[in-house]
Design a protein around this ligand. Sequence first.
Ligand SMILES: Cc1cc2nc3c(=O)[nH]c(=O)nc-3n(C[C@H](O)[C@H](O)[C@H](O)COP(=O)(O)OP(=O)(O)OC[C@H]3O[C@@H](n4cnc5c(N)ncnc54)[C@H](O)[C@@H]3O)c2cc1C
Length: 493
Amino acid sequence: MIIKTQADKLLNYLTDASNLPGGHAEKLFVPESAAEIAEILKEANEKKFSVTVSGARTGTVGGAIPFGGVLISMDKLNRIKEINNDFAVVESGVLLTDFQKAVDAKNLFYPPDPTEWSCQIGGTVATNASGARSFKYGATRKYVERLEVVLSSGELLNLRRGENFAKDGFVELETKNGNKIKAKVPTYLQPKTRKNTSGYFSTENLDAIDLFIGSEGTLGVITEIELTLLPKPQGFLSGIVFFEDEKDLLNFVNKAREISFETRQNQSAKLIDASLLEYFDENSLKFISEKFPETPENMAGAIFFEQETTEENEDVLFEQWNNLLEKYNADVEQSWFTTTEQDLIKMRDFRHALPVSVNERIVRYKQKKVGTDMAVPDEKFASFLKFYKQKLNTSGLDYVIFGHIGDNHLHANILPKDETEARKAKHLYGRFIAQAVMLGGTISAEHGIGKLKRHYLYVMYGERFLSEMIRLKRAFDPNGILGRGNMFDERFL
Ligand SMILES: Cc1cc2nc3c(=O)[nH]c(=O)nc-3n(C[C@H](O)[C@H](O)[C@H](O)COP(=O)(O)OP(=O)(O)OC[C@H]3O[C@@H](n4cnc5c(N)ncnc54)[C@H](O)[C@@H]3O)c2cc1C
């Protein structure tokens, strides 16, 4: 096992995609097995020093940034152990991009796609990552069949889905050494949103494996993962469609979503069934046009949709999408459709052009963007979007709104040009949080809480439910050494 203590060797591990400053650690361990991780944790637990798990550090909320103690990098636990017809077994440090390539080579399909493929599979499990395709396929949680976890005591836990359900409000788990751990399940229910990564998962009849998925390095170190695989889709029909009127756009999305859900229920292969529905507001289109000058002007917004196809249903599906678009007054003439891999890549580039242009802008003004990750229940979505736009337009700040409209989950990126605007943007962020919570939504639908949003987790759940989460953490990590500062402030531990 490699151990590094020199400050310059640790530098890369002290930050992530959040750019949260001030990270520091005494030591970096790069173990090669669960047994080595167990040794590190045993010592840390005895001496009560904190341990931060470091994946690929693509997280956006500072979860992998240490503020003291030691770091465990998962870089060397990077073996794909097995890929079978319908499942795979990987060590948690395998990069998503390597895994996707290996799965694709076997003509199989692993749906979770959190845009940034340089992350590790362990990181995606620890944050329950999702993305555009989650509209049809759900988040990472849905594909996790088994986890091997090293607890803070150094003991190994093996969790297989379907084997450990909560009973009378408690989960009871047995470690590999035969020790029993009993933990009280939090009593809050998940918000009625399509996605949620705020705090520990909790539901009636909870499967214990779900506590660890999305636990952001606070309950244990995930070392091995078994994942479900699906057959590879034959083809795709994709479109980027433009609307002059936002009302039409929203009605189109509602109808496309409604038909997609009906189709899935009836398991029909000949009807509309979107795998993703992504939104770009008017400002996003202006940013994208810097890279794609062919983007039509004066549009209220655009939708990027995708549906899997076969040779048999491709034509009939194209006709159905076309009819739906005409019904809701999309500008079909100026919209783009494709079934070819090459054009599909171009469409994905179109989508990617937005974060690129936004980042260029941020660099130019030497400011940080303020990005939201909230989602609200279906029936509250239109009013939440209106709230976003009203507040942002009257603020005079520059912004773009885009993202996973199929899941009622949009990202508003506010782009301040100076310190005064940055303060204004932060204040607005707080207003959006309050509004999302008031509407029964979640403060984080896919990026997690980490260190950046722990104050807002308190706002969302209140003292009682936060205490329940902390009690759960203590059951698995009595000394509070793991992922310190993630989800809750250290003073609660
Ligand atoms: C450009 C960009 C786009 C993104 N888009 C999306 C998106 O569409 N959807 C989405 O869901 N996310 C998105 N993300 C963020 C996403 O959360 C991460 O990409 C990924 O899930 C984290 O994996 P990682 O290996 O980088 O983990 P890290 O950032 O290293 O860690 C994330 C958290 O998981 C913990 N952790 C990591 N590995 C383990 C382990 N083995 N055991 C226990 N805990 C562990 C860490 O302690 C930390 O708390 C995006 C990020 C970027 C930079």
